[in-house]
Design a protein around this ligand. Structure first.
Ligand code: NOJ
Length: 550
């Protein structure tokens, strides 16, 4: 079985990583130029988001051809070179499989539109009239999840953008087509796969209105999803490769099943519950401070639940859909470095496989755009209109976007203090963040105290210490909303990790025998332990992370 506990994955959003040919758009050659940088971090796997032929309405998550590379990103030769370059460095390349939907530009959908029944059965079409939408389900990007095609007298389902039509997984031919895609990339030397929103692939037999919500309860972790994943894995020979499923609104029970090795479905799951603790009443497009108690409870439930049932978690704060964590749960103004390091340690030292999203390792921040013309993301642009239509002023809508937009994580990677942050010679497709002269790779690589150096240390420790890669986890300070603390154990080894989630000082009284521990890692110089009047006291500075080893 593949050992995953000591592995670290780095995620690249190619469009914003490095532009090699001066067109303002990141590309595969750009990634190749930076492979030594990634090797320097000592990551094991590299996940790149989709680079297939696509109209790019959703930046590649709208695939029009799974077998060809989008010329904006390069050629198949570039891709082969990237795979070879990764293999030479002992980095496994993971590709992103978008199998819930295709672009409406895909040949299958075009044939469906041209009236070919065989291909209509590749998608989810329903007969009807323009005034009778099949169900009231909502698209995740806003508006109805159905689109009417007058020429056919039919509606088709799109859980995402109107240009992303949902595939019909009930059709065995569709499943065969998708397996072919996996085999093709596997034969090319790809070492793993990330499956986009894979827990929504299995739709219910009967489509009905959702009187309680937006429809997700009918198709989330749907009726045949486990069966389909088992089939996909078995028939493509990927059971021993690293596979991660992106799970939308999933449950712990289902994630146990997806990731327990005995089930032979996936190696691990991304779930997003811990990234919704700043959604007011579950609404992403609202402003709210993170609820620390809710965050802690979610980590406890998921870490312990997965541990008890032999499931496996992907550990992460950031990706191309999430605002930057230091701006979100940290304090980028007063405690930028401290909070970025604390947030890093808090997830990297848990049980699971950590993922680092490009720029996270240098503490990149939110974009702080102030004008709608600066945004590019389809979801953000849709929601801007929705917020205005709900009566919000432009200023209010822009304030919400500035906190919540996916573009916050899609700004160009900040390589240096040079023009366009060293990302491109040309004007980038999306604006560089103004702080790039202070926050960039070149600067941080030279500084042993930088966020970059801290991430490097975390990766090193995971490889060195079985207690991190294989240990059990137990949470401490459960009733204290301000501190995320846990203990890891493996044979004789023990680690205790304290994370101050706040910008205030915190004093804890602990029952630990301090003399038996030493400080393994932290983001403050001085020691925080004190023995006073026979009591053991621990003082945590703002956003302090303190890792003690027995
Ligand atoms: C999840 C991806 O991460 C996101 O970027 C995309 O828009 C949706 N899936 C739809 O494919």
């Amino acid at each position: 079985m593949l050992e995953l506990g000591n592995k670290v994955v780095y995620q690249i959003y190619p469009k914003s990583f490095k532009d090699s040919n001066g067109d303002g758009h990141g590309d595969i050659r750009g990634i190749i130029q930076k492979l030594d940088y990634l090797k320097g971090l000592d990551i094991d796997y590299l996940w790149i988001t989709p680079v297939f032929v696509s109209p790019m309405n959703d930046n590649g998550y709208d695939v029009a051809d799974y077998y060809r590379i989008n010329p904006r990103f390069g050629t198949m030769k570039d891709m082969d070179d990237l795979i070879a370059g990764c293999n030479e460095r002992n980095i496994g390349l993971m590709m992103d499989m978008v199998f819930n939907h295709t672009s409406t530009d895909h040949e299958w959908f075009r044939k469906a539109l041209a009236g070919e029944k065989e291909y209509q059965d590749y998608y989810i079409f329903r007969d009807g009239t323009p005034d009778q939408v099949p169900t009231n389900w909502q698209s995740k990007f806003g508006g109805s999840a159905w689109e009417y095609v007058p020429e056919l007298g039919k509606w088709y389902l799109h859980l995402y953008d109107v240009s992303q039509a949902d595939l019909n997984w009930e059709n065995p031919k569709v499943r065969e087509e998708l397996k072919k895609v996996i085999r093709f990339w596997k034969d090319k030397g790809v070492k793993g796969f990330r499956f986009d929103v894979v827990n929504v692939i299995s739709k219910p037999e009967v489509f009905e209105d959702d009187l309680e919500g937006d429809g997700r309860r009918f198709y989330t972790d749907g009726p045949h999803v486990h069966e389909y994943l088992k089939e996909l894995t078995a028939n493509t020979g990927i059971a021993d490769m690293i596979t991660v499923g992106e799970m939308s609104s999933t449950s712990l029970d289902n994630c146990v099943r997806y990731s327990n090795p005995e089930e032979k479905e996936l190696s691990m799951c991304f779930n997003f519950h811990h990234l919704k603790v700043d959604y007011k009443n579950g609404d992403k497009w609202s402003l709210m401070e993170p609820d620390h108690m809710a965050l802690k409870k979610l980590f406890e439930d998921w870490q312990e639940g997965m541990q008890e049932n032999n499931g496996w978690n992907a550990l992460f704060w950031c990706n191309h859909d999430q605002p930057r964590i230091v701006s979100r749960f940290g304090d980028e103004k007063r405690y930028w470095k401290e909070s970025a390091k604390m947030l890093a340690a808090s997830v990297h030292l848990m049980r699971g496989t950590p993922y680092i999203y490009q720029g996270e390792e240098i503490g990149m921040t939110n974009a702080h755009y102030t004008d709608i013309s600066q945004y590019r993301d389809v979801e953000s642009l849709n929601y801007y209109e929705i917020l205005l239509s709900e009566g919000k002023s432009k200023e209010e809508a822009l304030e919400i976007l500035a906190a919540k937009s996916r573009d916050n994580s899609r700004t160009p990677m900040q390589w240096s203090a040079e023009k366009n942050a060293g990302f491109s010679e040309a004007e980038p497709w999306i604006s560089v963040i103004e702080n790039y002269k202070d926050i960039n790779v070149e600067k941080e690589m030279q500084d042993p105290d930088s966020i970059y150096s801290f991430y490097k240390k975390l990766i090193e420790l995971r490889k060195e210490k079985a207690v991190i890669s294989q240990g059990t986890i137990e949470f401490l300070e459960r009733d204290n909303a301000d501190v995320l603390a846990y203990k890891r154990n493996y044979k004789e080894e023990e680690l205790v990790v304290f994370n101050n989630l706040t910008g205030g000082k915190i004093v804890l009284q602990m029952n630990l025998e301090w003399k038996t521990y030493h400080k393994l890692l932290g983001n403050y110089e001085s020691s925080s332990r004190d023995e006073k009047d026979g009591r053991n006291e621990i003082v945590l500075q703002p956003y302090e992370t303190l890792v003690l080893e027995k």
